[in-house]
Design a protein around this ligand. Sequence first.
Ligand code: SIN
Length: 518
Amino acid sequence: MHADILVIGTGIAGLSYAVRLGHLRPEKQIIMISKRDLLESNTKYAQGGIAVVSDFIKDSYEDHVQDTMLASDNTSNPTVVDFVVREGPERVQELVAWGAKFDKNGNALHLGKEGGHSVERIVHHKDMSGLHIQRALIAKAKSLKNIQFFENHSLVDLITDHHVPGSTYGRCYGAYVISKLDQEIVKITAQLTVLSTGGAGQVYAHTTNPSSATGDGLGAAYRAKVHIKNLHFVQFHPTALFPKINGNTFLISEAIRGAGAKLRNFEGEAFMNKYDERLDLAPRDVVSRAIYAEMKKHNTPHVFLDATHIASKKLKEEFPNIASSCLKIGVDITSDYIPVLPAAHYICGGIDVDEHAQTSMQGLYAIGECSHTGLHGANRLASNSLLEALVFAARAAKHSDVALNDSVLPNTFFTAIPYWKGTEDVSNQRTEQLSALRLRLQHIMSNHVGIIKSKSHLIDAEKELHEVYLATKKLYQQDKLTPQLTTLRNLVSVAYLMIKQAQEYTQNKGVYFNEDYV
Ligand code: SIN
């Protein structure tokens, strides 16, 4: 297959990029690859919403910039923060024009509050903002004739000079992807390739991310020697529901703390006053570490979130998804405390990009959670991620529009790119062994590379991960590649980079906390 543009990943970043470019260049063909169905992405699970300045009386660009810088421990790139914050309102207006609806308070937008924000600033759709945005963008993208979708296909590798004998352009030429249905590896060539593959929370045993969030773009970029930065800045969300529901960790949005819910330990004590004057709405790294300390001190598997003093009508109206999910484990949020604990949530680092979302490899863009733009620094401010995705997707689309004129390779070049070479032996797919290796990797990361790190734990993690790497490599060399094996290979690459970059970082900033540097 060949397209002008290949977009890998169909969350808010990939879809909004494709919608914009699809409009700008109706004559150009765009192929979009989705690992599961089009709806399944980290975006779908974003409950809070989009942080954006909309009330210019109570809020200002300067305040949003300052909150972002403070949350990051002043490690964000100020230039990037400034343009993202200022371009945000226009991007959100476009989203509305494309079909997204946000909750209103009379004629004005209803604004939620989350940790680290000095004012109410989060535009949202109840507690299902991401799901609603995702649906609107899918409908919009499907209305464009020049976008073609391939669901249930995952990224195997980027196509680079390494795959093309004699080629020295130093560019990305598309990707090899694998179909979940028939396990066939398809070559998709393209003038421009966009990675919008989302997060990698699945390297941990407890994560708010769906099972598809396995860092596929990060793994493929790493193997293609594309520059990757700050993977040691893994943000843990303070409040994931305990226990899991059907094997998945359910997020309890920070917006509920914004509405007044309080964290309590097993003795019923509201403990955040011992840790930070901003109490329950301190930035996430502070709150997650406080919860961790309370769990350790009282030797409990979780703490509680108390929303019982909030009017039940408000809770049911504004948080219907949280209310119904908690009921599944027998918790009525209007009268019961909600059992919560921190879970891996967001990778603040990623594939390093410039202000147009260009990676270190020509012809390859990265947008959304898989990218590192400089906005989040060492700790992302709540609800800044959907904003970042929209702003950088728009910038990437504008840049691509020009690049499509400048850097077009001849069709004969693409047809000469070889098909994937690998063993065709389907006799032994070792499903159970692959599942066991994935579980082992998740436990290594959760036990040794969690909220509180140490030098010795990082060394243990490196050693234990090496065994998983060797086992995965052996399977890769001897077996037919399957989506499960491809995914494991990516998880191993991401976990390895997280450990190595954590070892290289020698101070405590934002979400990175190593007890040897206190
Ligand atoms: C939440 O709703 O708490 C998550 C929002 C985010 O991670 O930005």
